[in-house]
Design a protein around this ligand. Structure first.
Ligand code: SF4
Ligand code: SF4
Length: 254
């Protein structure tokens, strides 16, 4: 896949001066360094369905952008494009069951799964509200509510997210990184998918999966689960369960 962008002196100068200008939308200054990572652009070839198009037309973005945050990870300015689509969302977090180790679930995404896991593994459980809305609509989290949620979790020795969305939103590790701490063993050999939101945790995640008994024959980091699903893959996202494909949660023996 082509990931090259011609870095011209003019582009370097434009970027270098950005911090000194009053800029509302840095995408207007960039040729689209991120577009080779955008699943909707790669599948359509339509520039309107790329970060550049979404940065200019929020109505299209709200509907078509997958809110996968891939472009944010590629953008040299760290421009958080999906956070510009909608107004800030408030989140709230409550501890359902205290514990040294706490599983954190979103009320809409994976609460049932987390309740079952937490009971079986004997861990604490916390439920957060509002995270699904952020990844459905594209919105920042209201800072005060994020701070409060983190304060509530700070009493636990270790808090891990059951979904990539909660991990990304709260800045806590995904459960897949702590399989050993949770005493989880998995027996699987075959292709696996790394979720868009967990790309930055890739190395730790692969090591933990391998230590737990996963033997990947192929690691797919390009596809977004919201756009394409492969029946023979092992997925790490709880939302993959809705598509009837296998996830790491199906391999956990209780
Ligand atoms: S998000 Fe960043 S890399 Fe992508 S077009 Fe905008 S400024 Fe460029
Ligand atoms: S969040 Fe994903 S789908 Fe949306 S513009 Fe960025 S890379 Fe493309």
């Amino acid at each position: 896949m082509l990931r090259a962008v011609k870095i011209t002196p003019k582009l370097v100068v434009r970027f270098a001066f950005l911090p000194f200008r009053k800029v509302r939308n840095p995408c207007l200054y960039c040729p689209g360094i991120c577009i080779a990572s955008c699943p909707t652009y790669l599948s359509s070839g339509n520039i309107l369905l790329s970060p550049i198009g979404y940065a200019r037309f929020h109505d299209i973005a709200r509907e078509k952008c997958l809110k996968c945050w891939r472009c944010v990870q590629e953008c040299p300015l760290g421009y958080n494009l999906p956070e510009t689509y909608s107004k800030p969302v408030k989140i709230s977090l409550r501890i359902v069951r205290p514990g040294r180790l706490i599983l954190v679930a979103d009320e809409e995404i994976d609460l049932q799964l987390a309740e079952h896991l937490s009971e079986s593994l004997g861990t604490g459980l916390a439920v957060v509200k509002g995270v699904a809305e952020r990844y459905n609509n594209g919105s920042p989290i209201e800072y005060k509510t994020l701070k409060k949620a983190k304060r509530v979790l700070s009493g636990a020795e270790l808090a891990v997210a059951c979904s990539p969305e909660v991990s990304h939103a709260l800045g806590i590790d995904f459960l897949g990184i702590h399989l050993k701490d949770l005493g989880i063993k998995l027996n699987y050999e075959g292709p696996i998918h790394i979720p868009c939101l967990l790309k930055s945790q890739r190395e730790k995640l692969l090591k933990s999966l391998e230590d737990a008994g996963v033997r990947p024959t192929f690691v797919d980091e390009e596809e977004c689960i919201k756009l394409s699903i492969k029946e023979n893959y092992l997925y790490l996202c709880p939302i993959a369960k809705k598509h009837g494909v296998r996830t790491i949660f199906d391999l956990i023996s209780y």
